[in-house]
Design a protein around this ligand. Structure first.
Ligand SMILES: [Zn+2]
Length: 463
């Protein structure tokens, strides 16, 4: 049984209080779980039992970060989609690019995205994949997750009606059949699990949503949906149904604690209450909300209603990176500037959201996002003794405001070391980067991306 001892480390267990610091301690893992941890020297029994020992002197051990919303096919769209609002961003870059991608492109795009997530300290990722131009695309994304070794929740995205792009719609029967096939194939461990991913209220039929909500309970899987990301989308739903999007979902009787509601930038007061009562999780993507000029969500209000709030990068098409340490800083700063209150979110509040909310989004409450005996051994060792961090007054502050993905030293998922000294252990990164560049350039030319981008810029040029 693989076992690992990390010792001489500063430890932030985040269990449950992110302010707790073990100045010098150890963590011992057996198989895929944390078996023991504590302050001081590791007891002899663990020193003898460990198959591998890591001396983490001068480094800080944290629970693996949880990136609760992304779309990894968009690694092939980094920088293509800059400077556009959501609906134009879809039309001018994401849709044409995605339609031109092959099954192999989806594998490569997801793999480089999972590797980036790992290298930046995310041990868990929730990726919604909604391009089903071939029924094998989702299999390729799941294979990429498996190759990377990351813990993944893969939401099988779909849209089933206008005005979503006709080429990217599928029938409700296909959605259910394919999701069931994938659930049966993958959901037999806690490493990779498939769930439902209805894309957006304005692209999803009411009866189909009610059906998948019933199946999600039956199959014990989550439901992942974008909600009220932009003002225009809220108006689309209001014109069609007479209701705001969260109220509409509530009227269908679908919302429960399995649902992960992404963005929620334009929620009204009554919707916040409905979401709190349903027990759903909200996923906050501050960088994406700024990048697409979507608006500033009322995170402080959500927290007052005890809604679990997870944090996420969103897809590489609207961020453009996957660095969750960077997301921590944006989370705090965006609420400070919105409320004009420097105490709006403290580092411990941000870490609490990232870990507690993230675990809730992943359907792994108490299993991840904390270092404690019995929890899954998803562990990250960060080097905070760097010129851009030192001298360090508070490790929590350093993590939220100073650290970035390049400071991640070691990444462990389920007791297995996947990143060592900042490098992926099982992947040849140089050849993966070269393969992705070649495949993405071919896709850009098939899709005519440069012309679409030039046309858009001509139309919107400012004097
Ligand atoms: Zn998204």
């Amino acid at each position: 049984m693989p076992s690992l001892l990390i010792h001489n480390a500063t430890i932030l267990p985040c269990d449950p209080d992110p302010r707790t610091i073990i100045a010098r301690g150890y963590v011992f893992t057996r198989a895929d779980r944390i078996a023991a941890m504590g302050a001081g020297d590791a007891p002899e029994q663990f020193r003898n039992a460990a198959r591998e020992t890591i001396d983490a002197r001068g480094k800080t051990v944290i629970p693996g970060l949880i990136n609760a919303h992304t779309h990894l096919f968009q690694t092939f769209m980094r920088g293509l989609a800059d400077d556009k609002p959501l609906l134009r961003w879809l039309e001018a870059a994401i849709w044409p690019g995605a339609i031109a991608m092959t099954e192999d492109d989806f594998y490569l795009a997801a793999l480089i995205g999972f590797i980036e997530n790992l290298k930046c300290g995310a041990t868990s990722v929730l990726s919604q994949h909604y391009i089903q131009t071939s029924l094998q695309n989702m299999d390729r994304v799941a294979q990429a997750a498996q190759t990377s070794g990351i813990r993944a929740r893969l939401a099988r995205g779909y849209a089933d009606r206008d005005p979503y792009h006709p080429r990217l719609q599928e029938s409700p029967a296909t959605t259910v059949r394919e999701t069931e096939r994938l659930v049966q194939q993958w959901n037999n461990s806690n490493r990779i699990r498939i769930e439902f991913g209805p894309l957006i209220p304005w692209g999803c039929r009411a009866d189909a949503l009610q059906n998948i909500a019933t199946l999600a309970r039956e199959w014990n899987v989550g439901v992942h949906i974008h909600l009220s990301e932009t003002r225009d989308e809220v108006e689309m739903t209001r014109r069609e149904t007479g209701m705001t999007p969260a109220r509409w979902l509530h009227s269908l009787g679908v919302l429960d604690e399995r649902w992960q509601l992404v963005h929620c930038v334009w929620l009204e007061d009554d919707e916040i209450k409905l979401i709190a009562d349903a027990g759903a999780t909200i996923v906050h993507c501050p960088v994406s909300n700024m990048y697409l000029a979507s608006g500033t969500p009322r995170v402080i209000e959500w927290r007052k209603h005890n809604i679990p709030v997870a944090l996420a990068s969103d897809g590489p098409g609207s961020n453009n990176s996957q660095d969750m340490l960077e997301v921590l800083k944006f989370t705090a700063c965006l609420q400070k500037v919105e409320t004009l209150d420097a105490t709006a979110l403290l580092p411990e509040n941000v870490l609490e959201m990232a870990y507690r909310g993230g675990a809730s989004a992943m359907g792994l409450r108490d299993e991840i996002g904390r270092l404690a005996p019995g929890a899954l051994a998803d562990i990250v060792i960060v080097n905070l003794q760097r010129a851009h961090i030192s001298p360090m007054y508070s490790p929590q502050s350093a993590l939220v405001y100073n650290a970035n993905g390049n400071d991640v030293d070691t990444v462990i998922v389920g007791g297995e070391i996947l990143v060592r000294e900042g490098r992926a252990v099982h992947i040849n990164e140089a050849s993966l980067i070269a393969d992705c560049q070649r495949a993405a350039e071919a896709m850009w030319s098939r899709a005519g991306i440069r012309k679409l981008d030039a046309d858009y810029r001509r139309l919107t040029r400012k004097k």
